[in-house]
Design a protein around this ligand. Structure first.
Ligand code: ADP
Ligand code: MG
Length: 305
């Protein structure tokens, strides 16, 4: 870079305010490597929801979960998307014979019977989804307390762990399918908190109002305690004006909820799942891994609602 004529006067890109900010940011994020996160006083159950597909729900679920677990916390990911992308990304076997959330929701199998350990991250567990779950959406319709099945299963699991003298879980993160069917309703009834990932693009806010309306309905009828505690801006491309406009809009509307950390667009994040890994193990020093670690730290530092 040095010696380029356009850099002679201003001291060059290295010295520009934006570069200084980036370097500082990077240093701050790296500081979090190896840092222990504070345990919440009780298990926090968060559902990662957005009825749009491809906005970063699954990436956010698995990478936040991995970052929290690396911070020394005990974390369970519950995959209720029949696609099973979260299970794949965590390196969890989920072919159709594997006991999964289908059995939990439809046959009342205890969660303990389906949970698997994530192979490359300690304290990270996953209750996988298999393709069978796509049928559960219909089978659940005829069942008693069909909206409460996940909530009850999680409650029983936490109680059973306590009765057995096992460590208390710190975080339960539920990954949803991109629709507002009974699986997503179960996930929203089971949680105290909703975390909404928002892709920094034009229609982000428009889609959000529909989601918020549905969350209001759920709160009125099925889960009075539910709060949208956290919004995470994902796939942020700092080179586009659009991304920063969307980010500003979201922050203006949801100043309390929106995390200061944004997740950048990063090839590493999109590559990791095909290796059955989160970006935190696939490329721990990449910008995507650092950003998810910073977002997880922020989440852990905020008081639970
Ligand atoms: P959802 O679960 O909402 O459908 P995903 O997390 O599966 O969304 O993300 C959709 C696609 O975008 C996936 O291919 C994923 O790898 C990719 N992706 C997610 N987050 C990022 C990011 N920050 N940078 C680049 N690609 C991303
Ligand atoms: Mg997904």
């Amino acid at each position: 870079m040095a010696g380029r004529p356009d850099e002679a006067s201003g001291g060059g890109l290295e010295d520009s305010p934006i570069m200084r900010a980036l370097t500082q940011d990077h240093a701050r994020r790296r500081e979090l490597e190896g840092r222990r996160f504070e345990r919440p006083s009780d298990t926090r159950v968060l559902t990662i929801a957005n009825q749009k597909g491809g906005v970063g729900k699954t990436s956010t679920t698995v990478n936040l979960a991995a970052a929290l677990a690396q911070g020394g916390l005990s974390v369970l990911v519950i995959d209720v998307d029949p696609q099973g992308n979260a299970s794949t990304a965590l390196g969890i076997d989920h072919h159709s014979e594997v006991p999964s959330m289908y059995e939990v929701l439809v046959d009342s199998t205890p969660i303990a019977d389906v949970v698997q350990d994530c192979p490359d991250i300690e304290n990270l567990h996953c209750a996988p989804a298999t393709i069978d779950l796509s049928g559960a959406e219909i089978e659940l319709v005829a069942m008693v307390a069909r909206e409460n099945r996940l909530r009850n299963a999680i409650r029983e699991y936490l109680e059973a762990r306590e009765a057995e003298g096992l460590d208390r879980l710190d975080y339960v993160l539920v990954d949803c399918p991109p629709s507002l069917g009974l699986l997503t309703v179960n996930a929203l009834v089971a949680a105290r908190e909703v975390l909404i990932p928002i892709q920094c693009e034009y229609y982000a806010l428009e889609g959000l109002s529909l989601l918020l309306k549905n969350i209001d309905l759920l709160r009125a009828h099925l889960n009075p305690e539910l709060v949208v505690s956290t919004i995470l801006l994902t796939m942020y491309d700092g080179r586009t004006r659009l991304a920063s406009q969307v980010a500003d809009d979201v922050r203006e509307h949801f100043p309390e909820q929106t995390l200061a950390t944004t997740i950048p667009r990063s090839v590493r994040i999109s590559e990791a799942p095909s290796y059955g890994q989160t970006v935190l193990s696939y490329d721990p020093t990449s910008s995507g891994a650092l950003a998810y670690r910073a977002a997880a730290f922020e989440l852990s530092e905020r008081p639970a609602p």
